[in-house]
Design a protein around this ligand. Structure first.
Ligand code: MIG
Length: 821
């Protein structure tokens, strides 16, 4: 504790002396239970409670610096109640029961505590209870299935390999004990329980209107976040657990995977086919069969004689290799298996209480497991990647890290397995698998991420993990595991990805086409590609032993639709990348429920104001697939206001509702009035430099603005000024429109040699006149896009004036306006 800090430890009788004092934290003790309240940031309170003493102040989710920040709390006492507050949040503690209500800055009750010190049971377990707001909807908790709104459901946190999971399967692969509650009026708050043990969240399922959070062990250590808007809560949560670092741009490209492309020749053939079919793509994955006898960090040299040559050759075609590296190291002493030998030499594998290694059966047969809660083990694990990295492998895929064990009770290791914690600001100690199970995957992916950074300090790592814990977004992207090729899964998968984004995991995807089950019909595969083209992670994958389901499979007409959507993603890359960069600073996900951008939609309309079936990518694009994806029936789309545009035609829509007739060739996408969306000419890979102009698509409306962001896409130079960021705004003028190009930030020099400005909703026959710096610009009309098109030089700043009234015959010479004469 710093010497200047004020610690208030209340013997109950002395509490009255605290009136109007300011403290850094408050510790109260009653009936053997100790409670601590602090405010690590304005709008966040942290509450910890323990029997006899507080739980250890350490975390795998919240870095030490963020936990130790403490804002002053103003203390007021009223009778048996103590109120602690910052400007934006308050805790009201009942001194007899230690019940701790949380209120926002305006005094609105966010969480009415029903348990207080009674939450702790003598056996080390706990059960917190609170009253839920009557009109609160609940989101988050990672990739849980069930319903989009978690209200009325109960969910268990216990990372589990759930092959062919269903809507009813719980628990699943990940543990993110964070939820976002949003009322019908769009007022939001959040709660994060930082406890890695098996816990259960019950949102009024067992007891109507009562939130209950229980566990058999581990700390009662939770944070309540005040909002008031849903985005505020996500930003507060990102303050605590971090946001995903900016991914390499190629990770936003299309990724082709399969269990498995089994030989060098097969991988090359896939790459060739992607190119000859003109299916833009950036990545091919190699699943477990590239290895020698499924042993991690080996290569079957018959099948893959020369990984470096393969990686190099693919790289010239704009394709990067990602390899799977599973945590189950073959239990193979004395066989010259380097991963085992080096780990054993440093004594880094998990043990049973008697001191022998724990061994479980997985792909290589008997396997041992690194003790990732030791910094030393993570460092060793990272170094195992050195060979692949120097061979030019671009990223790594950490699977089976729940951890998953074959033929074992609960499909994982026994709870008595001993882990050693030697890391971060934890006190060094041994603990059981019951504490470390849910964080094993997160620490596995952390070891990979940090190892890659050590091996290549100026390259953005790419890691894909299946299991994880809150905060794991700092290390890896994720996917939802072994889904099924069905319409129901395609629908449910959207819900899972939206909730993952609301849980900090902005880079999430599901296996395009479905992983298991019957092979997808051509239409199902097409729809999956259409939606997948807008998902943060766009990765096709399927189980072994199935018929092919690459995008070229099926009749030409279907392939053409898939090609069009994959290509559209590449054209939209500047927009997606700007959203990714924003996410790295704010934690606001790329994929968003409609209510995140427009909280007011919750107040009117059903299906959460459209948020159950529609969703947004970034701040401006709204996707509206049919609520029943396979149904041929018409459906209604509710837009969050008037004046939206059709993305595909550029036409401005009347009204805010419309009826859509499903068509397998189309996916309705709408644009927020006031958006400015950057697009680029088509490339077949993010590794290729687009040729020509940057397109800026302007959709006039209120709050008109958009952002350009660009950098080298792969290195960390952007953290040292090697980026380009620019805001563009638009304003209506009496005669037309004015585009204001704000001054650029950063030193990155873009690829484009000019700009093409598309002003959409253009219904005039003739092109406008347009001027920049007094000079006339070439203009035309694009009827298909319902746009006036203005060709401009690259504008690092300045203004473009568009004069609609002095529309010109596109054939005639442009006339400067009176003001410029
Ligand atoms: O026991 O590596 O979820 O994506 O293809 C199956 C083989 C192991 C499960 C993953 C899946 C992957 C598969 N893995």
């Amino acid at each position: 504790m710093r010497p200047s800090s004020v610690l208030a430890v209340l013997a109950l009788g002395a509490a009255s002396t605290l009136h109007a004092e300011t403290v850094e934290r408050m510790v109260l003790s009653r009936g053997g239970v100790v409670l601590e309240v602090s405010a690590p940031a304005s709008g966040i309170v942290r509450i910890r409670m323990g029997r006899g003493k507080l739980p250890e102040d350490a975390s795998w989710a919240v870095p030490a610096a963020r936990r130790s920040a403490r804002l002053p709390l103003k203390v007021t006492r009223r009778g048996e109640q103590v109120l602690l507050r910052t400007a934006n949040i308050a805790a009201r503690i009942d001194l007899r029961t230690l019940r701790t209500d949380v209120l926002d800055g305006g005094g609105r009750l966010l969480l009415a505590d029903l348990a207080g010190r009674a939450a702790l049971s003598p056996d080390g377990g706990f059960r917190m209870r609170g009253r839920m707001g009557g009109d609160d909807h609940v989101f988050g908790l990672g990739d849980k299935t069930g319903t989009f709104d978690r209200k009325g459901g109960a969910y268990t946190m216990w990372n589990t390999d759930t092959y062919k999971f269903t809507q009813a399967t719980d628990p699943l692969y990940k543990t993110v004990p964070f939820f976002l509650a949003v009322s019908d009026r769009g007022q939001a708050h959040g709660l994060f329980l930082d406890n890695t043990w098996r816990t259960t969240f019950d949102f009024g399922k067992t007891e109507r209107g009562v939130l209950s959070i229980s566990g058999e062990g581990g700390p009662v250590d939770y944070y309540v976040m005040a909002g008031p808007a849903p985005k505020d809560v996500l930003q507060q949560y990102a303050r605590l657990t971090g946001s995903a670092p900016l991914m390499p741009q190629w990770a936003l490209g299309f990724q082709q995977s399969k269990w498995s492309y089994k030989t060098d020749a097969e991988v090359r053939a896939i790459a060739r086919r992607l190119r000859s079919e003109r299916l833009p793509s950036d990545v091919i994955y190699m699943d477990i069969d590239y290895q020698d006898r499924s042993r991690p960090f080996t290569v079957n040299r018959q099948a893959f004689p020369h990984v470096r040559r393969l990686a190099d050759d693919l790289r010239t075609q704009g394709i990067r290799l990602v390899l799977i590296t599973d945590p189950h190291i073959a239990n193979a002493p004395g066989q010259g298996y380097a991963a085992y030998d080096s780990g054993a030499a440093q004594d880094l594998f998990l043990k049973l209480p008697g001191g022998r290694y724990y061994s479980g059966d997985v792909w290589p047969g008997a396997a041992v497991f690194p003790d990732f809660s030791r910094a030393q083990a993570r460092r060793w694990w990272g170094e195992l990647h050195a060979g692949f990295v120097s061979d030019g492998v671009a990223g790594f895929w950490n699977d089976m890290n729940e951890p998953s064990i074959f033929n074992a009770p609960g499909k994982t290791m026994p709870l008595e397995v001993v882990h050693r914690i030697e890391s971060d600001d934890f006190a060094p100690r041994s603990t059981s698998h019951a504490e470390m199970h849910n964080v094993y995957g997160q620490l596995n992916s952390r070891a990979t991420y940090e190892g890659l950074l050590r091996l290549q300090p100026d390259v953005r790592p790419f890691v894909l993990t299946r299991a994880t814990y809150a905060g794991g977004q700092r290390y890896a992207a994720t996917w939802t595991g072994d889904n099924v090729s069905s319409w129901q899964h395609l629908k449910m998968g959207m819900q899972q990805l939206v909730n993952l984004g609301l849980s900090g995991f902005s880079y999430a995807g599901n296996d395009i086409g479905g992983y298991a089950g019957e092979r997808p019909s051509p239409e199902l595969l097409t729809r999956w590609f259409q939606l997948g083209a807008f998902m943060p992670l766009f990765r096709a994958h399927a189980e072994t032993g199935r018929a092919d389901q690459e995008p070229w499979v099926g009749v030409a007409a279907q392939v053409e639709i898939r090609r069009r959507f994959i290509s559209e993603r590449y054209r939209l890359m500047p927009y997606l990348y700007a959203a990714a960069e924003e996410n790295s600073r704010s934690g606001i996900p790329l994929l968003r429920p409609v209510f995140l951008n427009f909280p007011s939609v919750l107040a009117h309309g059903d299906r959460l104001g459209g948020s159950e079936d529609q969703f947004m990518i970034g701040g401006d694009l709204l996707l509206a697939p049919s609520p029943m994806l396979e149904s041929p029936g018409d459906y209604n789309v509710e837009l969050p206001g008037k004046g939206w545009y059709d993305y595909w035609t550029g036409r401005r829509l009347d009204g805010k509702g419309l009826v859509v007739k499903p068509d397998i060739a189309q996916l309705p996408v709408y644009v927020r009035p006031g958006a400015i969306i950057p697009r680029q000419p088509l490339v077949q890979s993010t590794a290729f430099i687009p040729e020509g102009r940057l397109e800026l698509h302007v959709y006039p409306g209120a709050g008109c603005q958009g952002d350009i962001y660009a950098d080298d896409g792969v290195s960390l130079a952007y953290q040292r000024g090697g980026f380009l960021r620019q805001r563009i705004r638009c304003e209506q003028t009496p005669s037309g429109l004015k585009l204001l190009f704000e001054q650029r930030e950063g030193s990155w020099r873009p690829w484009w040699n000019g700009m093409a400005l598309y002003v959409h909703g253009w219904d005039a026959e003739a092109a406008p006149q347009a001027y920049a710096a007094g000079g006339a610009l070439a203009t035309s009309v694009d009827r298909e896009q319902n746009a006036a098109v203005i060709l401009a030089p690259d504008l690092a700043g300045g203004v473009v004036e568009i004069d609609r009234q002095r529309a010109v015959d596109p054939q005639g010479p442009p006339q400067p306006p009176a003001s410029a004469l």
